[in-house]
Design a protein around this ligand. Sequence first.
Ligand code: B12
Ligand code: SF4
Length: 476
Amino acid sequence: MEDRFADKLRPRGLGRQAAHRGGHTRYADLRPNKVQMNDHPTVIKIRQTARQQRIDPIDPSWLRETALAAGADDCGIVSIGRPEVDDQREAILRILPGTRTLLCYVCRMNRTPVASHQRSVANLEFHQTGHHVDDTGRKIVEACERIGIQAVNSPVGFPLEASRYPEVPWDVSHKPLAVAAGLGQMGIHRNVIHPRFGNFILLGTVLIAAGTSEESKPVDYNPCLSCKLCVAACPTGAIAPDGHFDFTSCYTHNYREFLTGFNDWVEMVADSKDRFDYRAKMTDAETVSMWQSLSFGANYKSAYCIAVCPAGEEVIPPFLDNRKEFLDRFVTPLQKKVERIYAAPGGDAEEYVRRRYPHKTVKNVSPALRPDSITTFLFLSPKVFQRGQSKGLDAVYHFTFTGKEERKATMVIRNQTLTVEDGHTGKADVHVTADSETWVGFVRKEKNLVWALVRRAIKVSGPPKLLAAFGKCFPA
Ligand code: B12
Ligand code: SF4
């Protein structure tokens, strides 16, 4: 009975030897033999049709016209050999082996909705433009496939390669490629500013497995005016006037309902004794917001840095005409907004909001960016390091990890900067010797430090105050 059913499913022309053996169909058994392949209708049809020539190299003006027709507002071309691609080349070639050209493009966002203090309005514009960027990439890929060229569009942001978390979960970093493609320069707020459209753009990149004869050069000036309105508007203090970007401050607030912000919420639910305990931790509005993010796409909490930026030829006129009016219209409403700001306890953002925006409420949450190995501990440390908390600290920490992951590393905290190096360098002020799994468990708050010290799974030599000062730089 089973065999007759399998016979019915077998495409015509396949040898009878393709029957199940011992319950498993072997792939080799399913292949048609050569005579049957020659008789196959698809094979006959294709052999009789004149095949389109693969066009390589591609005409650069065809690429540009295709990108604009697909929905891009501007585009540029970068060859895979360019030095700006050095740190991404390997990842790009893993996605599309044979990539020789990167077609970078931008899609404009409507400025007034992005500048709105209503999150629903601004988020809709971010999401819709994000979808438009992805659609544009798909259409470019479709056009390339029609001329026999393989191409891949890289997501605007999400989905990410989530399984790689907490290591970098994306492969193509659009910003440096857009800069190489002459689509703008990064402003003090780390977003790419287009000479005409300003920072009201989202970026896309299509990887193309063919060459082209021309490519773009970076814009020879930075459209950023250094007006620092982004510094003034950011509610978390993530953008410093000196150009330092505090990843954790931005991520913990703006991405509260994304990625590990979501992890933290799940753990809050899991830790709650009952509904009343949960309600003590989360307001009804926050739960509704989480539901909204899950249903309609995760919503950003701020992006004020983009909203207030006056750079770009099409954006700047009202700023040049009347600065005070520009500030009153775009910056002040965001500064005055009464809202909840998510911040790591004891981190730089918490301090900043309490000092700068006393009318905003700080809610302490964990960024939940935690390592799962010594490698990810060393990788993530600079991302979560809080330079404000390291003021006055000048110390060298040597780590010796034993057990599952044997590794030596040096961390130096000096001039409010953290550097991480492999091996032991310089003279240590503090030496930590730790079983690698115990250390990771301690950083993840799964293992108790006192218990680990008593059991000698973690040993510390050096002044305890330097160890405490170290911990203060990494609020969790
Ligand atoms: C990671 C990321 C972020 C991070 C870090 C941003 C940053 N400044 O690098 C966070 C979560 C903070 C973020 C926030 C925002 N982002 Co974002 N983001 C990205 C993403 C996925 C990669 C960024 C990147 O390439 N960085 C450059 C590399 C070279 O930076 P880096 O110094 O090596 O590493 C930094 C980060 O990448 C991060 N990082 C490093 N390793 C890891 C590992 C993990 C697990 C995580 C989570 C982060 C992380 O820490 C570093 C410190 O800044 C891109 C999409 C993409 N695939 O390119 C969008 C992108 C950069 N984001 C964008 C936008 C619009 C935003 C927001 C406005 C979101 C919003 N709508 O509210 C804010 C703006 C914040 C700001 N002022 O920069 C746009 C920028 C458009 C433009 N005009 O330039 C992009 C290009 C998306 C797109 N396709 O258009 N973003
Ligand atoms: S997205 Fe928000 S928190 Fe992040 S830098 Fe911009 S204004 Fe600040």
